[in-house]
Design a protein around this ligand. Structure first.
Ligand SMILES: [Cu+2]
Length: 118
């Protein structure tokens, strides 16, 4: 059905146009973007509050008791995050207060940046 092709392209273009502005949102619009989807906020660089409860460097995992993760639309809880580099975990031990960046990558939760909070 060659006649339907241009319409498909038009729909695709429309979908792309409406889904692009995610990264264009102002990062610090106070409370304004809290209800947007996880996908729309995946690029946000905001750090979240957390406390280390367990470090498993061999498994590239860290358990964090975290505050609200606005970019993932997640309430406060204790959960395991993966890390891509064991070096992120080297300075950490249970009880450390941290600020970290949480991201969902291919369905798994990762801490892509972890800083000690003082
Ligand atoms: Cu969580």
């Amino acid at each position: 059905m060659p006649k339907s092709l241009p319409q498909c392209f038009a729909l695709l273009a429309a979908a792309l146009l409406t889904s692009t502005p995610a990264w264009a949102q102002a990062p610090a619009a106070d409370g304004h973007a809290a209800h947007h989807t996880a996908a729309a906020n995946a690029q946000q660089a905001d750090l979240s509050e957390g406390e280390v409860t367990r470090v498993d460097a061999a498994a590239l995992k860290v358990t964090l008791r975290h505050g609200e993760l606005k970019n993932l639309n997640m309430p406060p809880m204790t959960m395991v995050f993966r890390v891509q580099d064991a070096a992120l975990l080297a300075p950490l031990k249970a009880g450390d207060k941290v600020r970290f960046r949480a991201e969902q990558i291919k369905g798994a939760y990762y801490a892509t940046r972890i800083e000690k909070a003082q």
